[in-house]
Design a protein around this ligand. Structure first.
Ligand code: NI
Length: 390
């Protein structure tokens, strides 16, 4: 059962939508034109309900199956926002807005979910309800959380959620996913160490915060090497050490900054807890003091094992057995679909985008050849998750 034939017919139309979106990128919650385009298309397809303004500029489209929508309800999500990057692809469909670019392929995600909505509204070969979720502000604005706060899960009774992201480096026509953590929690921290400054020739009269900071840099490495289970993954990086003004002065204060990446909520809690213990106690041991400001960004994107297995079966039905990696290597970048997966079980998968420049790069290029694969995945997912009874 390869790609759905209808998407070979619709490919040019969907590609035109994608390129129109690419021409007109919008950032964060300012997806006004994009949201209006999405809502207009959904109405044109004859979906059962179109609701705008969910989580500021999010759009929800409701498609009921043959049985009038009774039974299961699943949500399919696409993100709509672009990035503050000056495009360098030189493509005819390149951004027409200076300093803004769809450099993460969210234009492709939106177009593919619209294509799936068109097909599902036409055919309705399922029993249940499919909710099309178009969210703003994935790139740092937590648009998924805004839609959840606006009642996304409860207003339409969503029981499972699915997401998809294009993946440069994975050939077009291939898919990858894994059970458990697939995208990392990407947290930041700042440590302020206070000692007692003074003349560098009289260290006995000072409390040297540089020595405290240096000890802390080493101590923080032991969280990964000595505390986290070697079978789990974590990154603790110190990326800034701000200290001192001259060769003969011991400063009063030192600042350390860095990032923590983890792939499970338990390890995330563990790393933060160890930092809370080490930072003040090491500073105290040297006679100084230190505070830790740990800032949690997007959580870990955790795939439900059963749904990730189901997503792999659907992807195999579309792409073929050898074109799906059901246990891929996770990515240590963050993703705000994590908020939706905290609310409901589901799966987030990668779809091949071929040999493009990487995500968030000025020469990144969404490959329109991936569109029939992405659309087919979405509609097969709905039809297999909610098959027509009898
Ligand atoms: Ni993205």
């Amino acid at each position: 059962m390869p790609i759905v034939n209808r998407f070979a017919e619709l490919a040019d139309e969907i590609t035109a939508w994608r390129r129109d979106l690419h021409n007109n990128p919008e950032l964060l919650y300012d997806t006004v034109r994009t949201s209006a385009m999405v809502a207009g298309k959904l109405q044109e397809f004859g979906v059962d309900e179109v609701v705008t303004g969910v989580g500021k500029t999010g759009v929800v489209g409701v498609i009921k199956g043959r049985n009038g929508g009774a039974g299961k309800t699943i949500g399919l999500r696409a993100d709509m926002d672009a990035l503050p990057i000056e495009e360098e692809t030189g493509k005819p469909y390149a951004s027409q807005v200076s300093g803004k670019m769809h450099a993460c392929g969210h234009d492709g995600h939106t177009a593919m979910l619209l294509g799936a909505a068109k097909y599902l509204a036409e055919t309705r070969n399922f029993d249940g309800t499919a909710i099309m979720i178009f969210q703003p502000a994935e790139e740092g604005g937590a648009g998924a959380q805004a839609m959840i706060d606006d009642g996304l899960m409860t207003r339409w009774g969503i029981e499972e959620v699915y997401g998809m992201h294009n993946y440069p480096g994975l050939p077009v026509g291939e898919f990858a996913m894994r059970p458990g953590g697939i995208m990392a929690a990407a947290d930041m921290y700042e440590i302020v160490i206070t000692g007692r400054g003074g003349h560098a020739a009289k260290p006995q009269e000072t409390v040297d915060p540089i020595v405290i900071g240096s000890s802390l840099v080493l101590a923080l490495q032991t969280i990964v090497s000595r505390n986290v289970d070697p079978m789990n993954q974590a990154v603790v990086s110190v990326t800034q050490l701000v200290a001192g003004t001259a060769y003969n002065i011991i400063p009063e204060r030192v600042i350390l900054r860095g990032t923590v990446r983890t792939l499970s909520p338990e390890v995330r809690d563990q790393v933060e807890a160890r930092m809370q213990e080490l930072v003040p106690s090491i500073a105290k041991g040297f006679g100084g003091s230190a505070t830790l400001d740990y800032r949690r960004n997007y959580p870990v994107t955790v795939n439900d094992a059963e749904r990730a297995g189901f997503a792999a079966e659907v992807a195999k039905a579309v792409a073929g057995e050898g074109k799906v990696d059901p246990d891929c290597v996770p990515m240590m970048a963050g993703e705000d679909f994590s908020f939706m997966l905290e609310e409901r079980p589901g799966a987030y998968i990668f779809i091949g985008n071929g040999a493009s420049a990487d995500l968030h790069h000025p020469r990144y290029d969404f490959d329109d050849a991936a569109i029939p694969f992405g659309c087919s995945y979405w509609v097969k997912l709905v039809e297999k998750a909610m098959p027509i009874a009898g």
